[in-house]
Design a protein around this ligand. Structure first.
Ligand SMILES: C[S@@+](CC[C@H](N)C(=O)[O-])C[C@H]1O[C@@H](n2cnc3c(N)ncnc32)[C@H](O)[C@@H]1O
Length: 301
């Protein structure tokens, strides 16, 4: 059987997919075009932001060495060494056309009550919003969520940009899923003003989400650059899908969406064209039973 028809056969059974999740190495446009209409309830994507750089994460290794460059506890000497981590290119000749082709397909594969959460930063957010309005329709625009964090340096001559933007669009206006009662609650800014019971329950987040970046050394951190926090992915999955649903991420990176989906009892479809992302996901999902892996990157024989 030819590679293309294998793909169609495998992916066309996705709505009935029994596996916990499927991870595909390959170009997301090929995968998207092979998916049936209205087969996915929730899509989250966090495409490269077109920063025109190679995104990479260096790992610092620290080893005992009497001739090292650092002094630690008890006067012991250590040597630090930078190691290359995972990397991918974030440079596009025609970024909006790249996105447009994929977003048209994303809309097609969403169920009628399905949602897209589109994650971007200040460099391209304004252009992407216009593109999304064109493809989904202005009436399908629901929220511009601001994920605010506070980490890293500050420029001396302008405000430090410390937020990302997540646009939420539904396929059909009015049919979107918003599970208010499933969303994590956060503390009131002035709990003294709302009474004890309300203060104890906390409040529903607004469209501004304060959440730290993934700490550089912590249990959640993988070696993948631009990894997004699980707390953000969990909130989106909990709000706009149901247990048992299929949740997809076509720019999966380290697989954050898959982890959140699995934790909340959803199945996942993750796609990335970078073998290093797949290697990171293999480590991350080692404990999750029933994940299927597919490699569409090799040329057909
Ligand atoms: C910003 S990262 C995603 C990070 C992810 N949200 C996480 O939490 O780890 C974007 C990803 O898109 C992938 N990518 C870029 N172009 C792609 C394409 N055409 N098909 C599939 N994946 C692609 C890159 O390899 C990269 O891993």
């Amino acid at each position: 059987m030819e590679r293309a028809s294998v793909l169609v056969n495998v992916l066309s059974i996705l709505p009935r997919m029994k596996a916990t999740g499927r991870v595909v190495l390959g170009d997301n446009l090929t995968v998207l075009r092979s998916l049936p209409d209205a087969s996915i309830r929730l899509v989250y994507i966090d495409p490269p932001f077109n920063t025109r750089a190679v995104r990479k994460r260096e790992r610092i290794r620290v080893e005992r060495d009497e001739a090292g460059d650092r002094t630690g506890f008890g006067g012991r000497r250590y040597r630090t060494r930078k190691e290359a981590g995972a990397a991918y290119s974030d440079r596009f000749d025609d970024y909006l056309t790249f996105l447009e082709e994929r977003l048209v397909e994303v809309r097609r594969v969403l169920t009628e009550d399905g949602s897209l959460y589109f994650h971007i930063d200040y460099r391209e957010a304004h252009r992407c919003k216009l593109l999304l309005d064109d493809i989904f329709g202005e009436r399908s625009f629901l929220n511009e969520i601001i994920w605010a964090y506070d980490f890293g340096g500050r420029p001396r001559r302008r405000w430090a940009p410390k937020h990302d933007t997540i646009f939420w669009y539904c396929k059909t206006p009015g049919l979107q899923i918003f599970n208010r009662d499933e969303i994590d609650r956060i503390p009131y800014l002035a709990p003294g003003l709302v009474g004890e019971e309300k203060a104890r329950r906390g409040k529903l987040p607004t469209d501004v989400w304060w959440n730290t970046i993934v700490p550089t050394s912590g249990k959640e951190r993988t070696r993948y650059p631009t990894q997004k926090p699980l707390a953000i992915a969990r909130r989106i999955v909990a709000a706009s899908s149901y247990p048992g649903d299929l949740v997809a991420d076509f720019f999966a990176g380290s697989g954050t969406t898959g982890v959140a989906a699995h934790e909340l009892g959803r199945r996942f479809l993750l796609v990335d064209n970078n073998p290093e992302a797949i290697a990171v996901m293999k480590d991350r999902f080692a404990e999750i039973p029933g994940v299927e892996w597919e490699d569409l990157s090799a040329p057909p024989v």
